[in-house]
Design a protein around this ligand. Sequence first.
Ligand SMILES: Cc1cc2nc3c(=O)[nH]c(=O)nc-3n(C[C@H](O)[C@H](O)[C@H](O)COP(=O)(O)OP(=O)(O)OC[C@H]3O[C@@H](n4cnc5c(N)ncnc54)[C@H](O)[C@@H]3O)c2cc1C
Ligand SMILES: Cc1cc2nc3c(=O)[nH]c(=O)nc-3n(C[C@H](O)[C@H](O)[C@H](O)COP(=O)(O)O)c2cc1C
Ligand code: SF4
Length: 652
Amino acid sequence: MTEFKKLFEPGKMGKIEVKNRIIFAPCGTHYSSLNGLVTDRLLAYYSERARGGAGLLVVEGCRWRLRASAGGWMMATSDKYIPGLKTLADAIHAAGAKAIIQMAAHRGSTDEEDPASPSGIPHPFSGWSSVLPSHPRAVPAADLDELIDEIGEGARRCMKAGFDGVMIHGANGYLACELLSRRFNKRTDAYGGDLRGRAKYILDTIKVIRKKTSPDFPIVTRLMGSDRVSKPGDSEGWGIEDTIELCKIIDEVGVTAIDITSGSQETPEWTSPPYFLPVGCNTDITGAIKKAGIKTPVWITGKIMDPSLAEQILEDGKADYICLGRGLMADPHWANKAKEGRVEDIRKCICDDRCLEDVMIDFVPISCTVNPMIGKESELAAKLPRLTKKKKVLVVGGGPGGMQAAIIAAKKGHNVTLFEKGSQLGGALLLAIAPPEKDDLKNLLNYFKVQLTKTGVKVELNKEATPDSVKKFAPDAVIVAVGSTPFIPDIPGVKGSNVLTYQEVLSEQKKPGKKVVVAGGGYVGCETSLFLAKRGVDVTLVFRSTEPALDVKYWMFRKYYQDKMKANNVKIMPQVKYGQITPKGLSLTDKEGKEVFLEADNIVLATGSKAEKALGEALKGKYLEFFEVGDCIEPRRIREAIEEAIWAGVSL
Ligand SMILES: Cc1cc2nc3c(=O)[nH]c(=O)nc-3n(C[C@H](O)[C@H](O)[C@H](O)COP(=O)(O)OP(=O)(O)OC[C@H]3O[C@@H](n4cnc5c(N)ncnc54)[C@H](O)[C@@H]3O)c2cc1C
Ligand SMILES: Cc1cc2nc3c(=O)[nH]c(=O)nc-3n(C[C@H](O)[C@H](O)[C@H](O)COP(=O)(O)O)c2cc1C
Ligand code: SF4
């Protein structure tokens, strides 16, 4: 059994004593009530994470600004919120963890309610907010004084509610960061000028919180360690050397801990690093801070999904505490599993940022691709133990939906068999993993495989289910999770032998020639193009819409695809009308209305998918307990397949 000695070493920061080095990073959930009150859902969500073994939980940002509305966040703008906040602090304590709460950020130039920046300079590129203000107001000093006072009041309420401390949000490129950055702060008043002036907002916030709480009330400052745009020696922006200088000042002032993230509104990919960024990507910053001899305990946040990596960071002295955000959203019991040496049971976050899409793009309560039961912990717990009779369950399909359904049904104690017609498990997840830089998704496949074995599911590969074979199997319950197949458009010549599908290409069932046209500009077309371009194929991506990856909601990923295709020399032709496919290539009308013939060895279709309905239609009505889950209902994404599978599995 691997031991994680450093990770489970108790720690002391000021008056906070923690049982280990694992901290839950603040992550907005939108689980509070519309008027900003703590809900039962929030209580269950945080209790579960506290029970999961983390030493300290940083509760998501609560709003303290008197002129702000709740908008999905908890409020701490008046004393009437204290009793609700108290139930939350108490619930976390009762479940065995320490609890601090974040003072939500004023979002600076992209704040939805008060777009304001130090000098009225808008961010050149920003997408955090749905409203992109082009002209933020230059925030007057008196307003900054008032904001600081309001944060102090908010902190006072949180202390009264029983929290062990508060976190100041000085990250993500929001107002505190814009004030620090020489690029956005051109002020000549007390809030501008040298580093101490630009840091006045943060430093005064510390002072005011102390005054309004108590001199030893724990305060953690979360800092943007680098905007990931600035290079060493730059006269603008915010880089690692700037952070070190600020940490030296904070060391003098004295706070409980410094939490380091990176990325600004220009580089949001760094703030919750997706699968295309490396693991532990902020160790360069925390390592440099520790090397500079900063005495305040340093927390590191950013894509630390593996206990071994966490242990290594601590062992190398690159941080004192490990903060996990999405890691504990994906698996609240991460810490307990690591402690018990059950690393293979950790359901690791795959860094697809679907949770961020919920809060940032759709403004809905968060869910999670690998853990769609997040925020529904109580509902699931209520359903899990209801085993009335051990049943013979047949699951058809070995994609995420089928694997998850089989696991949960087996966990309930049923006798479960899974038929998969292919030679390996994974379904379309195997295609999702294939494109470049999506290795993190492999963690999900590996997790499912281990859990199938551990729960005793009988997996039969190369076994295609038909209505007859299902009848012969004589199950008590059937769950159909047969996924989707590529949609073939009605283009003349589409049946030619030079025409392949994304499925054939990404599964490497068929190898295209050196010159290829990919038809279809959704994310599957982009990923197929990148997959081929990385293998040296000359790729032209053609599609009917105006820009590639329009089916991707979160603009950060859309930008990723566009940048990567450019970097990999994928030629792009938007707004085309397909003509016909011949053995030599594809004819089309380009966006200017010109007839064009693209010579190619192969045409690869990425023109959508269609649900695989036939088996479900044939079995429907024949079995008392019958469910369809995942893409065979309608092609969507992994989260939907897993969620539907869980509900089907637990209801047996
Ligand atoms: C290129 C690509 C990239 C993607 N990237 C992402 C991503 O990043 N994030 C995301 O959330 N989603 C992504 N998706 C979508 C995601 O993969 C699917 O939504 C998900 O796999 C659906 O799961 P499922 O279990 O319903 O079906 P599938 O994964 O399609 O699995 C169905 C399984 O059933 C088997 N089967 C079919 N018929 C039978 C039969 N009669 N008998 C036995 N077995 C049968 C199939 O062989 C297959 O293994 C991507 C899809 C593609 C194609
Ligand atoms: C859904 C979601 C909501 C978040 N909300 C906040 C927040 O309210 N305050 C904050 O400082 N950071 C927030 N973050 C950033 C996380 O605290 C964390 O810094 C980031 O996800 C990187 O850590 P991780 O790789 O361990 O997830 C949020 C992240 C996610 C995914
Ligand atoms: S939605 Fe994706 S990124 Fe967010 S926690 Fe879940 S797996 Fe991780």
